[in-house]
Design a protein around this ligand. Structure first.
Ligand code: FRU
Length: 516
């Protein structure tokens, strides 16, 4: 019983503690980033800050492939196997990632392409900037950088050099598409394009080569601000920093925007991050809300004219996002503490209930034991009576008492009755007479004696003996002048009081009343 109660409470504790955890269930959103860098760091911190921003909670985990496609494929496979609810991925390269994405989709996990795409149509949604538009906007800005004077001075067509990102990635392909289209509309410019790999070193190297070849570019458009720094380095080394105008993309507060402010670059494009929108889209998908499949984030061209204002705003936004992250951290810690508190309270309540149950069960067991002891005592008293009381009345008389249920005594039984009668008469006055002794005298065990006496008289030996003792006392009271006390002792009662009580139960009056 106690074990069952303990089991029951253990189940309650486990279920309650489990419920405690489920209550704050957050959707597990894994982010697979193709690379690191300021732009990625910004978007990552925006996603982390948005974990508790919406109605449902998100648990954002971020992995970075550091521009290594093999590594990203491995990361994606292991993330998908780790029980995530949704995958946000910015593929290093479009084509090689398609198969890994297909495996994630086959596992029933929604996939959001963020910023970059893989060459597959099997994805849940896309969110990011419009890179064709980015390229086109920068392309349209280029001619405004060349005054007619400058055009004349160059003595030929001004050279515009585009240094792309890795062309296996979707943003590089699309930016190039937008930019080259804009360049085609400008035959007065000499447009050349070289493939970079998103790194400043490679961009630096490309420009050095151009200068060596005597093909100094007038304008260099890099697919990110990181590469723009490489170009600036090459220009400075060649003492041409005033003659080469550099454009980039990303527009980070402490990178591109700063370079425009410093005059190293003539422009950059703020490529939108909006990590909080990515988390919102993920939660909409996970909670079954309606959502757009293609989500384009707005960016903007930054020039020396508007850079101060934009830089101010961006820094402010960055600061606020940092504050949000601090709040997130505190919230996480708070949730953790509340969770622990809840568990402690549940465990304490369950323990108290368990103790109360155990107490009740122990109490019940005690009462039951007492009752059993009392029953045993009563039985013992009866036995004692049997051993201590005696009767002068012959068994013959007892057997002859009217009792229709009893079979007529058999000869052997009569012999037994006479022997028993004699044995009882012999030992009657001994108050410590034991049933075993009486049985022994009759050549029987205690149990055999009980069965035999019960079969012949219909009474237990205890009942029979008490009756015989009282009958003898009755006779003595009538035929002698002995005191009640003397007679009580003579028939084997220990106390005259108890004798009187039994006598009255048997004959309806006290021994003293009979005397009178
Ligand atoms: C960072 C980055 C950015 C660029 C973007 C394109 O990894 O190279 O500089 O704008 O990726 O996806």
């Amino acid at each position: 019983m106690l074990r069952r109660a303990i089991g029951f409470f253990l189940v309650i504790i486990i279920v309650s503690l489990g419920a405690c955890k489920r209550e704050g269930r957050a959707y597990r959103i894994a982010v697979s980033q193709c690379a690191s860098g300021q732009w990625r760091e910004k978007v990552n911190s925006e996603m982390l800050a948005a974990q508790h921003l919406y109605e449902s909670n998100a648990e954002v985990g971020i992995a970075c492939a550091y521009d290594d496609t093999g590594r990203q494929i491995e990361q994606i496979d292991s993330l998908a196997a780790s029980g995530i609810d949704l995958l946000v991925v910015a593929p290093t390269e479009s084509a090689p990632l398609a198969e890994a994405i297909a495996r994630v989709r086959a596992a029933g996990i929604p996939v959001i392409f963020f910023d970059r795409k893989a060459s597959t149509d099997d994805y849940t949604a896309f969110i990011g900037g419009d890179n064709v538009e980015v390229g086109r906007t920068v392309g349209e800005y280029v001619p405004t950088l060349l005054s007619t004077n400058e055009m004349k001075q160059s003595g030929g067509r001004p050279i515009v050099l585009e240094i792309t990102g890795a062309m296996s990635s979707s943003p590089a392909q699309e930016r190039h598409q937008g930019f080259s289209r804009a360049m085609k509309l400008r035959p007065e410019l000499e447009y050349i394009c070289a493939e970079g790999d998103w790194t400043s070193d490679k961009a630096c190297h490309i420009v050095e080569q151009q200068i060596r070849k005597g093909r100094r570019p007038d304008i260099v458009f890099c697919h990110n601000d990181g590469m723009a720094t490489g170009v600036y380095k090459a220009a400075v080394e060649a003492g041409l920093e005033d003659q080469i105008k550099i454009l980039g993309i990303d527009g980070m507060p402490y990178e591109g925007l700063e370079y425009v402010k410093l005059g190293h670059q003539v422009g950059t494009y703020v490529y939108p991050t909006h990590g909080e929108e990515v988390v919102r889209l993920a939660l909409d998908i996970l909670t079954g809300k309606s959502y757009e499949r293609e989500n384009v984030l707005q960016g903007m061209m930054v020039t020396p004219e508007n850079v101060d204002l934009i830089a101010l705003n961006s820094r402010e936004l960055l600061r606020q996002n940092d504050n949000l992250i601090t709040i997130e951290d505190k919230l996480e810690r708070y949730f953790g503490v509340v969770d622990i508190q809840k568990k402690v309270i549940i465990a304490a309540v369950a323990t108290i209930l368990l103790l109360i149950t155990a107490f009740i069960l122990i109490l019940r067991a005690l009462i039951q034991t007492r009752r059993t002891i009392r029953q045993r005592q009563t039985m013992n008293e009866e036995q004692t009576l049997f051993y201590t009381d005696a009767s002068s009345r012959k068994l013959h008389d007892i057997f002859n008492r009217p009792d229709d249920d009893l079979p007529p005594p058999r000869t052997q039984d009569l012999i037994f009755a006479e022997q028993l009668n004699e044995a009882i008469r012999k030992h009657m006055s001994n108050p410590n007479l034991k049933m075993e002794e009486l049985g022994e005298e009759m050549g029987l065990s205690r149990v055999q004696l009980y069965r035999k006496v019960k079969a012949i008289t219909g009474q237990s030996p205890v009942e029979l003996l008490r009756q015989m003792r009282l009958q003898r006392a009755y006779a003595l009271l009538q035929s002698t002048n002995k005191t009640v006390q003397e007679i009580a002792f003579e028939v084997g009662f220990n106390t005259p009081g108890y004798f009187s009580k039994c006598f009255r139960e048997q004959f309806g009056k006290y021994p003293t009343e009979l005397r009178e």
